[in-house]
Unconditional design. Structure first.
Lengths: 142, 143
């Protein structure tokens, strides 16, 4: 079993504070304060105006199944959010920047052999009244 | 000579068809596993029963009657929630497994509040290795 808690932290910190994520933070509304967890984002339900400035990113951990007895496939989604009234151009720029941030992703105690990044078209989040774009990360790790 | 060549080509066609048949059977089994995981979720509170009853995993062009059954299940549980869109067109020559709930609000469950009630994509991610293994296991039975 890989240390998922350590991976959670490393995946989050990559964009929140690591140098490799600086280009991502540069296009966010409030730099590192606009990088939060999904759990934190949900605390703003009904009080959206108190959210960190958009564009912002919220990290949600997905399943981590095992394949072939050794290789784990942990998955994450960065939900990128922006204002509905602005163009989605800012959101569309994020997947490539995020993919670049996870190139050469290495952490202690976990061997990461691959990181695949994929994304969907921006979609309205009807609860928050913002546009969301899920950006999926799929790791191959042992 | 031509007869020999034709016989070889026919044998290859038969061999390919057998692999396609077995891979399809494996994917059907795999998508049933995805569906079972998706139906077992506790990620959302099912008010009408439409989401759980309408959750279906199937293979495009193979057992699509299961999608029709899912549509019917949504109509029975929550007719106003039936999705207006149909499933996307599938290109020829590609084997595609689909897990879906044909309600108008499923996309909201997957997206709203950073996927607070999401479960379809999670189920697919969780069972992806099992789906792969089901296809491989079926292919090993080709003789």
């Amino acid at each position: 079993m890989i240390d998922l808690a350590a991976l959670d932290t490393a995946v989050f910190d990559r964009l929140a504070s690591d140098a490799a994520g600086a280009d991502v933070r540069a296009v966010l509304g409030s730099l590192d304060r606009s990088v939060i967890t999904a759990e934190e984002l949900r605390q703003y339900e009904g009080q959206v105006t108190r959210l960190p400035a958009v564009p912002l990113l919220a990290l949600r951990r997905g399943p981590a199944p095992i394949s072939d007895r050794v290789l784990w496939l942990p998955s994450y989604n960065w939900y990128a959010y922006d204002d509905e009234t602005v163009t989605v151009a800012r959101l569309r720029a994020l997947p490539a920047l995020i993919a670049a941030a996870y190139v050469s992703f290495e952490i202690e105690a976990i061997g990461v052999i691959s990181v695949e990044v994929s994304t969907l078209t921006p979609i309205p989040d009807r609860v928050l009244g913002l546009v969301a774009q899920p950006i999926a990360l799929l790791f191959g790790a042992f | 000579m031509a007869d020999g060549f034709d016989a070889i080509m026919q044998a290859i066609d038969t061999w390919i068809a057998a692999h396609e048949r077995h891979a399809t059977a494996g994917l059907v089994i795999g998508m049933l596993q995805v569906e079972a995981t998706a139906k077992a979720t506790d990620a959302y509170h099912d008010v009408t029963g439409a989401t759980r009853a309408g959750t279906v995993g199937y293979v495009a062009g193979v057992n699509e009657e299961r999608f029709t059954e899912a549509l019917q299940a949504v109509v029975e549980h929550n007719p106003l929630g039936l999705a207006s869109e149909t499933t996307p067109p599938i290109p020829d020559g590609v084997l595609v497994g689909i897990v879906i709930v044909p309600t108008s609000y499923q996309i909201g469950l997957e997206i709203d509040l950073a996927g607070k009630r999401a479960f379809l994509n999670d189920s697919l991610q969780q069972e992806a290795p099992a789906v792969f293994q089901a296809v491989v296991a079926a292919l090993t039975r080709v003789v």
